[in-house]
Ligand binder design. Structure first.
Ligand SMILES: Cc1cc2nc3c(=O)[nH]c(=O)nc-3n(C[C@H](O)[C@H](O)[C@H](O)COP(=O)(O)O)c2cc1C
Length: 156
């Protein structure tokens, strides 16, 4: 079977004021649309926000990832998306998630300190950000799956 090559795009952006004020609703709305679109487009990944900044990893066929990123760039819920890393990848980091979403809590920020990321999501190096996302999924795994189940059921 021929496998479509995986393309990975990691970016950071800042939340608009109205998106930040209603972060939970914003994330919920984004994840509902993302679940439907990303399943269709073969995209998986992780969307993280600390209330000011979004960090998102998109992984899938390059054309679909680029199209998705173009829509995100035109979305006024976030501003000035900046690509931190983009290119071919040998495997998906989050194969089980059409889009895993997490609002970062203070406790999570403490978890991220060992990676020297602290609170500076905008300034962090790409490798550290990816490591970060994987740490969060590892740490939150079962809770994330539970939290997402009703969200995903609501979307069908
Ligand atoms: C930070 C952020 C992340 C987003 N992530 C995705 C995503 O992974 N997939 C997606 O389809 N839309 C995502 N969106 C929403 C898109 O900007 C856009 O609203 C949506 O793709 C339009 O879908 P529609 O054409 O089906 O209405 C995101 C938006 C923001 C602000």
């Amino acid at each position: 079977m021929v496998q479509t090559p995986i393309f990975r795009l990691l970016y950071v952006s800042t939340a608009s004021a109205s998106a930040a004020v209603a972060l939970h609703e914003t994330m919920r709305a984004i994840l509902l649309v993302s679940d439907a679109n990303n399943r269709r487009d073969g995209i998986t990944g992780f969307l993280l926000s600390d209330g000011y900044v979004f960090v998102q990893l998109l992984e899938g066929p390059e054309r679909n990832v680029q199209a998705c990123f173009s829509r995100i760039c035109a979305d006024d819920r976030n501003r000035t998306p900046e690509v931190r890393d983009a290119g071919p990848a040998t495997e998906r980091l989050f194969p089980q998630w059409s889009m895993c979403g997490l609002n970062l809590s203070g406790r999570d920020n403490l978890l991220l300190r060992p990676g020297n990321i602290g609170f500076d999501l905008l300034g962090a190096a790409p490798g550290a950000l990816l490591q970060h996302l994987q740490t969060l999924v590892h740490y939150h795994g079962p809770a994330l799956i539970q939290a997402h189940a009703p969200l995903m059921r609501a979307s069908v």
